[in-house]
Design a protein around this ligand. Structure first.
Ligand code: NAP
Length: 388
């Protein structure tokens, strides 16, 4: 039996992780599940697992101590370490989880991470250690696909790594509809995936693919010139490796996050997953590509620019997007202004931080993120004044 903790059990990835774990209770012993505010859902989730404890990351909920709940990141970290938890799944949408990941890393066997932002902050701050490389596994369909494909490839034989993008509700259409009056409810209707709000909006703007390129760079040491994006509306092909000899290898599956979750949980083994529907070769789904390359998609091209720039730019990209998405959901900016604000904010970065001289260790991550957020919030106010 392997002991498991699920950080962020109440969200889309967290719930699907618990679904997978509940089907393999002979292999995994779920010892801890955490949430932020959705205590009732966490308690409901706990009913499935006999040995589980519940915790919230929200320090303001101290009254919950009385209800046998752990409160705060430090209590969660202490529980994982003292109980020798072997596998930790990071399904939280919060960038703050980065510090927690680094605190537990030396004590666990494996960390399966869906939180793209955690990977980017770690990579961008130069905190990818050999231990990180050995223990961290991606829980993202494209990156799980790349991880699988790389098991069958010699690095020097690869020409390009292609990530597919569904295109979300708008870019999957040809021609792309007029985006001037897109409301949050329209942007939240994803054609192929059921996900949390933030990542759904990111899919609609295509910023998600920019974020995923950054993620792929830090996870697999892939230089920007090897990374490519193509829009593939059916979300059947998740990634492709193109070899120098002209051959292309792809990973395919119907869109179901339980597959990359199970892949990470069981890795390096593969096991029977009867609840995953394999692709029906008798009724093979249509697979098409929209002729768009990374360089044709401005927000994706901007992510590649950030990667070439390196330093703080990748963190700045993800945190600017986080603030822009929140502003859009609260109807403070328009849909198309998410991309405009990203460009505006990135251009201001060099004047705000002396990037190269910055050195942040693991302990300083949260303070640093707080500081960056405050600066970006100020930029948003300036941006709104300019476009008003
Ligand atoms: N959904 C997908 O299909 C998918 C695919 C690939 C990658 N991802 C990535 O996976 C991550 C989670 O996505 P999601 O769609 O599952 O998001 P989600 O449905 O919005 O769930 C977010 C989870 O994070 C918790 N959380 C919120 N604020 C927190 C904080 N400050 N500290 C700790 N935990 C906090 C939430 O707890 P409460 O519910 O209690 O607030 C919830 O459990 C994101 O980084 C996303 O980009 C998602």
């Amino acid at each position: 039996m392997k002991s498991v903790a699920v950080i962020g059990c109440t969200g889309s990835i967290g719930s699907q992780t618990l679904d997978v774990l509940s089907r393999h209770q002979d292999v995994f012993d779920v010892r801890l599940i955490t949430c932020f505010r959705n205590i009732s859902k966490a308690k409901e989730n706990a009913l499935i697992f006999p040995n589980v404890r519940i915790a919230t990351h929200d320090n303001s909920q101290e009254s919950l101590f009385n209800q046998d709940m752990m409160v705060g990141d430090q209590a969660i970290i202490d529980f994982i370490i003292t109980n020798h938890i072997q596998i930790v799944v990071i399904a939280s949408s919060s960038i703050e989880t980065t510090s927690l990941v680094h605190s537990i890393l030396p004590y666990v066997d494996k960390v399966a991470i869906s939180s793209k932002e955690v990977i980017i902050v770690t990579g961008s701050l130069g905190l990818v250690s050999s231990e990180w490389k050995e223990k961290v596994l991606p829980v993202d369909s494209e990156h799980a696909a790349i991880h699988q494909l790389l098991r069958y490839a010699e690095r020097e034989t690869i020409q390009q790594v292609v990530l597919t993008a569904s295109g979300g509700p708008f870019y999957s259409q040809q021609p792309v509809p007029d985006l001037t009056h897109i409301t949050p409810s329209l942007a939240l209707k994803h054609p192929t995936w059921q996900m949390g709000k933030k990542v759904t909006i990111d899919s609609a703007t295509l910023v998600n693919k920019g974020i995923e390129l950054l993620e792929a760079h830090y996870l697999f040491d892939l230089p920007p010139e090897m990374l490519q994006v193509v829009i593939h509306p059916q979300s059947i092909i998740h990634a492709m490796l193109q070899f120098k000899d002209g051959s292309t290898l792809s990973q395919m599956a119907y869109p179901d996050m339980r597959l990359p979750i199970a892949y990470a949980l069981f890795y390096p083994e593969r096991t029977d997953l009867p609840y995953i529907t394999p692709i029906d070769t008798q009724a093979f789904p249509m697979c098409s590509f929209v002729h768009k390359q990374a360089s044709d998609i401005p927000v994706v091209a901007l992510a590649l620019e950030c990667l070439r720039e390196s330093g703080l730019s990748p963190i700045w990209y993800v945190l600017t997007d986080e603030i822009a998405v929140e502003a859009f959901l609260n109807q403070k900016i328009r849909f198309v202004q998410i991309a405009d604000f990203l460009r505006y904010s990135i251009e201001k970065l060099p004047t705000l931080y002396s990037v190269r001289s910055l050195s942040i260790d693991q302990k300083g991550i949260s303070i640093f993120i707080h500081d960056v957020r405050q600066n970006i919030q100020r930029l948003l106010i300036q941006f709104k004044k300019q476009v008003a």
